[in-house]
Design a protein around this ligand. Sequence first.
Ligand SMILES: [Zn+2]
Length: 483
Amino acid sequence: MSILKDLEPKLLWKYFDEIRKIPHPSGKEEKIAEYVVSVAEKLGLDYDKDSVDNVLIRKAATPGHEKAPTVVLQGHLDMVCEKNSDKTFDFDKDPIELVIDGEWLKADGTTLGADNGIGVAAALAILEDDNLVHGPIEALFTVDEERGLVGAMSLSPDWLQGRTLINMDSEDLGVFSIGCAGGADSHIHLPVNYQAPRGDTAVEVHLSGLRGGHSGIDIHEGRGNAVKILNRLLYQLQKTLPFELACLEGGDKHNAIPREAMARIVVKKDQVKTVEDWMAKAIKDIRIEFNPVEKNIQIAVKKADGNLPQVLDPDSQNRLLALIFALPHGPLAMSRDIKGLVETSNNVASVKCDKDKIKLHLSSRSSNMSALKATRDKLVAIAEMAQAKVEQPEGYPGWMPDLDSEILKISSKTYKEVTGKEAKYEAIHAGLECGLIGEKFPGMDMISLGPTLKHPHSPDERVHVESVDVFFKHVLKILEKLA
Ligand SMILES: [Zn+2]
């Protein structure tokens, strides 16, 4: 065996060593699913594999503990495949090359796949070891987590008997995840009419230099939304200097805060200087307002080349500017349980001009499904005031933190017994598999924990070797307690 041979716990590292040899990028999990099934067959355990390659393996309780509640141990089979540009590596064929770096295990120039190879290996080690004390176990291995929780989404609602679940995909030893946000998009289509401009000079206004970021993870920081800020400036400018709006565009992905936005307006030639001066003054106030979070907000006003564009008629222009001004962006509510956690938020993700309509894409998140629905309803109410139409495709569910959760109490108590330290818990304002699992299997009491990982999803991914040992001992202790 490799450089892992002296590491503890031996069984877990034995399985991790097998997993790293089997290519398992997201969407290509057939081989790793077959391997997991082969382990079940070798151990003489009952298993199921569904049409997308999710695998469920059942292990009976230790004799005398048959009446204990069934515990679901869960991890995902796929890994993110990233490598350094100078590294020659084929994720569809090559085994991950391991490197021990002080207290850490990493790969040579690629992602390691400790996310979630360690969780999968831990479950397999528990399935093999007959010297443990536990109740009935269901080991659930899901596919395609990293590209959008696809495997968890496909789970059949009658698959699991257990109603206690330990997800082993967290990245900080001693910090349990106990909640996540659900999310749902809204598409607003604002019907508009265009007409020939009365002004004679087209001007472009570019807003740039904002930080952007992830609309879940970064939403609490108060970063600026380029679409919202530029729209607000136009709304305010219109009160002092009536202009004609030809188009307003900005933003890109639904889960990113817009970093840049651009507007094309038409004015009279002698008004260009006024627009420049007004914007220069207004942007100073914006910089003060967003200081110190945004340090590089820039605005550029310049005459546009080419033919004069068609412009929105006054009614269309008013409805557009008022609509975007009224749409909420940023955190809308904080968690009542967990200090500092954003419960509900909305991202005005993009605006694009089309022939006869303006298209807006919005992304709402909440760990509280009732609040998520209310937020989406509010978007409809605002859009309808502007005579816009809204499409709302189905979203994905969140996981509302439950501080009275039994598995949280047991996990905290046993963590203290194993390490002598107090555990912490957190919830995140983004999606996790537990959100989907909790919705599919009502009454599921869940926790997510794991060893310490740094820089997952990048070639710098590394796992703290000793934390794996502590994490595993902790999981065994939880199982023993529940038995
Ligand atoms: Zn993961």
